[in-house]
Design a binder for this molecule. Structure first.
Ligand code: MG
Length: 259
């Protein structure tokens, strides 16, 4: 059989290029979904779809609890002026995102994410204004919802409240939980069951040693929110595992040398 060497070479090159593309995308987490370039609302189902379409490592989103015990996805404590913690879910349905979406429930968001297997759902458990007890109650409900939808493998948790992460670890020891607040060393996090550090740029500027320390302990290292090319380059150089950004397309271009 005559083998077309050029064709074989082309196929091999395509394979290498696809591996590289996957490698680059493997470090990108879209902050509140991939909303900016497409002009979509943050934390909308459409912004999650966009991030999944780009096959990024992860798409981050924020979860709150309403007064009547419904978990919803939104960044701010209010949804277009309606305070989530003291509103009923029905009360929130009076408002819409500019693209026509209503506030997504956690269940709807996870079900959308489960339509694929590639992009992780980076679930931030928000700290409640109503106090620690309400925050921990919301944590239990969130972990229950993730388990009931069989979304454990696709979901990774992040939180600012240290007790929240410890509770997630208790409820699901296999769960991946990373801490956002920047005031704990990698060794402390490891001790309490955390699987990663996920700190603001300024924290690593103050504690650059925490990056190698965390990696040595087997913790993942994520940095937020990195939007400028210079900062992106700095953290790629420091070999963080993940970069959370409002500019996933820019980061992708930069990683593959197009910027
Ligand atoms: Mg968040």
């Amino acid at each position: 059989m005559k083998i077309n060497v050029n064709l074989l070479l082309l196929v091999a090159m395509m394979g290498i290029s696809s591996c590289k593309t996957n490698y680059y995308k493997h470090m990108i987490i879209a902050h509140r979904g991939a909303w900016k370039t497409a002009g979509l609302p943050e934390n909308s189902i459409a912004s999650l779809d966009k991030a999944m379409g780009q096959k990024l490592y992860g798409s981050e989103f924020d979860v709150h609890l309403t007064k009547d015990g419904i978990l919803v996805v939104n960044h701010n404590n209010d949804f277009y002026g309606v305070d989530i913690a003291t509103a009923t879910y029905q009360g929130l349905l009076g408002k819409k995102h500019p693209n026509g979406e209503r506030i997504p429930t956690l269940g709807a968001y996870l079900r959308e994410g489960l339509k694929q297997k590639k992009t992780k759902l980076i679930l931030e458990i928000k700290t409640s204004n109503l106090g620690e007890e309400r925050t921990l109650e919301s944590t239990r409900m969130i972990v229950d919802t993730v388990k009931s939808l069989n979304a454990q493998k696709l979901t990774e948790y992040i939180c600012f409240d240290y007790e929240v992460g410890k509770l997630v670890h208790l409820l699901d020891t296999a769960a991946s939980v990373a801490y956002l607040n920047g005031d704990k060393s990698p060794a402390e996090l490891k001790e309490d069951g955390y699987k990663g550090i996920d700190y603001h740029i300024s924290v690593y500027d103050k504690h650059p040693e925490w990056i190698p320390e965390a990696k040595k302990l087997g913790l993942s290292v994520n940095v937020w929110t990195v939007n400028s090319p210079d900062d992106m380059k700095r953290f790629i150089k420091q070999q963080v595992n993940y970069i959370t950004t409002n500019e996933p397309e820019l980061l992708f271009d930069l990683l593959r040398g197009k910027k």
